[in-house]
Design a protein. Structure first.
Length: 124
């Protein structure tokens, strides 16, 4: 799980100058097995499966991204996990939050592109 989050953060950091504005919810708002194991493609206009691959989650893993041309924030959680992880462009930390209910994320898609959503989370 940590490797996945680090990989996603590195990929997004490298692509942050060309990453389109918007939010991506790959299962974090409604974490079910059907909403996990997704693939994220990126393009300047509209992305398709022939566009560059940005991220691919494992089965059971949800991913939420909020991005603009100025930065991004990412959260991830496993369907059977007890923690949610997050990071953003303005921090070198990876943040974690204990889940009150196993597999139920405390945050779907980040609401800000910086560490605002992670103030009460534990910095690793």
């Amino acid at each position: 799980m940590k490797k996945l989050l680090i990989l996603i953060a590195v990929v997004l950091c490298a692509a942050s100058t060309s990453f389109a504005a918007g939010t991506v919810d790959m299962g974090t708002s409604a974490l079910t097995s059907a909403n996990t194991g997704k693939t994220l493609y990126g393009a300047k206009a509209s992305a398709s499966t022939s566009s560059p691959l940005i991220a691919k989650t494992s089965s059971g893993v949800g991913l939420g991204i909020n991005s603009t041309s100025q930065g991004y924030a990412v959260t991830t959680c496993h369907l059977n996990g007890t923690k949610q992880y997050g990071t953003s462009y303005d921090s070198t930390s990876i943040y974690s939050k204990d889940l009150t209910t196993k597999g139920t994320p405390v945050l779907g898609v980040p609401t800000a592109i910086d560490t605002t959503d992670f103030v009460s989370w534990t910095s690793m």
